[in-house]
Design a protein around this ligand. Structure first.
Ligand code: URA
Length: 184
């Protein structure tokens, strides 16, 4: 697929995408949002119900936690980073995206990364890490590591939804955010 090098042109294509069946059940495509001149991109798994309603990434409960991690720990405003997902449309009942869904959608994300050109990519949760790197190391083992990713740094950390279900893991996520802050 030959994708445009302009984010606006890319967004037009993604908003009209019908490559997989998620396009049949979505309310809105969630392209991603933030500062295109940022040094840091956060990448989640797929939109949930609130994101599907609003057409914006990480605006539900997990999003509120992510926003706090960015604003309170990194001490940068959420609109100064870029936030996107592996898959741009909500999987029914928030199930994990299938390989087919992720593989048909990921070229859009890779193009976003190329255009935005961040120094640091933070992958949120196992799905995001796995589809970006093809590495199946469990997130509990790889989190907080500095992983070389093309000419960038990738730091995997827990997904904020996982942290909402497992608050005792917030300390490790906090350490990861401090490491990210020191690299910025
Ligand atoms: N979870 C994700 O992975 N992405 C979102 O945008 C919202 C919740």
């Amino acid at each position: 697929m030959d994708l445009p090098n302009s984010l606006e042109e890319l967004k037009k294509i993604v908003l009209n995408c019908h490559l997989c069946d998620l396009s049949k059940t979505r309310k809105n495509v969630v392209f991603g949002e933030g500062d295109v001149d940022t040094k840091i991109m956060f990448i989640g798994e797929a939109p949930g119900a609130t994101e599907d309603e609003m057409g914006r990434p990480f605006v539900g409960r997990a999003g509120q936690l992510l926003t706090k991690m960015i604003e309170n720990v990194l001490e940068i405003k959420r609109d100064k980073v870029y936030i996107a997902n592996i898959v741009k449309c909500r999987p029914p009942n928030n199930r994990v995206p299938t390989d087919d869904e992720a593989n048909s959608c990921i070229p859009y994300l890779l193009k976003q990364i190329e255009i935005i050109n961040p120094k640091i990519i933070v992958s949120l949760g196992a799905t995001s890490y796995r589809y970006l790197t093809n590495d199946k190391t469990p997130i509990s083992k790889i989190r907080g590591e500095i992983v070389k990713y093309k000419d960038r740094i990738l730091i995997p950390t827990y997904h904020p939804s996982f942290l909402l279900r497992n608050p005792s893991k917030k300390r490790e996520a906090y350490m990861d955010m401090l490491k990210i802050k020191s690299l910025l």
